[in-house]
Design a protein around this ligand. Structure first.
Ligand SMILES: Cc1cc2nc3c(=O)[nH]c(=O)nc-3n(C[C@H](O)[C@H](O)[C@H](O)COP(=O)(O)OP(=O)(O)OC[C@H]3O[C@@H](n4cnc5c(N)ncnc54)[C@H](O)[C@@H]3O)c2cc1C
Ligand code: FES
Length: 271
């Protein structure tokens, strides 16, 4: 039996550039059985460099998966310099997942901002693989500019099976953009969901999740039906070091996906 707290070697089989500073890495574990669920994460790193928590951005096979990573610091900057065929180390899969089982048969509203679409993408893949098991599904996705939209080609294929509403903060002069501008909250009114039989999954910057959650409550969603994915600085990933502690909760073990009910009002002012 594999010990999930020990790093295992993964080979980078493909690297795709998504935006200026974000790339998607396809990883293969060479036969090791891995069964991540949408919403869970790996501690990804390299000896002597460090580790960072990174969500699965695709979980279609047991030993092959993807991570979509923005290069912002020590570990992610190191990963950005790696090439196809290079190795990297992962520990996991860790944490809670989006409650797709609970949402079966119901409508789902997915709301993502920026790189927050990465942890939502495996949810969409699961829904598409069992499309008849869910009601209306709508994705609202916001990015800074059109060039910052992730998974651009794939989004076109999602539109065949789910509704997709896109918005950006700004459109540079001369850039063609056929969708909305402004905050994702502005698009909530355009969605057709029966809030009593719907779940909302929200992932993005904390301030965005706060405003989106409020907008969802105004539309009639119960907090127990709104799920958010929280980001905290992490070290161990397994509820041992306290780095990610948020009141009584460990974001690495009890989260990162929480029902709004479980995190509202906790001490560090979140949500
Ligand atoms: C559950 C989870 C899932 C995630 N999934 C993804 C994902 O799918 N894709 C993705 O791109 N990112 C994801 N992240 C975010 C990612 O883990 C962070 O960006 C991580 O810090 C990157 O590590 P690093 O070593 O490259 O950056 P760091 O060197 O840690 O720096 C990251 C940023 O934090 C700042 N910083 C450094 N130290 C501190 C400190 N002590 N206090 C406050 N700020 C500091 C730096 O200035 C820099 O801006 C996720 C985070 C969590 C918790
Ligand atoms: S990262 Fe160590 S307790 Fe969560």
């Amino acid at each position: 039996m594999r010990n999930p707290s020990l790093p295992i070697k993964a080979i980078i089989t493909e690297i795709r550039s998504e935006t200026g500073d974000i790339k998607t890495y396809s990883l293969s574990l060479d036969g090791v059985l891995y069964n991540p669920k949408p919403g869970q994460f790996n501690m990804v790193g390299y000896p002597g460099v460090g580790e960072a928590p990174i969500s699965f951005s695709s979980v279609t096979s047991t030993s092959k998966f993807q991570h979509t990573i923005r290069a912002v610091g020590r570990v992610t900057g190191f990963i950005e310099g790696l090439k196809q065929g290079d190795e990297i180390f992962v520990r996991g899969p860790y944490g809670s997942s989006w409650p797709l089982d609970k949402a079966a048969g119901e409508d789902i509203l997915l709301i993502a901002g920026g790189v927050g679409l990465a942890p939502i993408r495996p949810v969409i893949q699961k829904i598409l693989s069992k499309r008849n098991s869910f009601g209306n599904v709508t994705l609202i996705y916001g990015a800074r500019t059109p060039a910052d939209i992730l998974f651009r080609e794939e989004i076109k294929t999602w539109r065949k099976d789910i509704s997709v509403l896109l918005t950006v903060d700004e459109v540079p002069l001369g850039v063609k953009w056929d969708y909305d501008t402004g905050m994702v909250t502005g698009l909530l009114a355009k969605t057709a969901v029966n809030t009593e039989q719907a779940f909302a999954f929200v992932c993005g910057p904390e301030i965005m999740m706060r405003f989106v959650s409020r907008g969802l409550f105004l539309r009639g969603f119960l907090p127990s039906r709104v799920y958010v994915s929280l980001e905290r600085r992490m070290k161990c990933g397994i509820a041992q070091c306290g780095h990610c502690q948020h009141g009584t909760k460990f974001v690495c073990k009890d989260g990162p996906v929480f029902s709004y009910n479980d995190v509202k009002g906790l001490p560090d002012g979140l949500l």
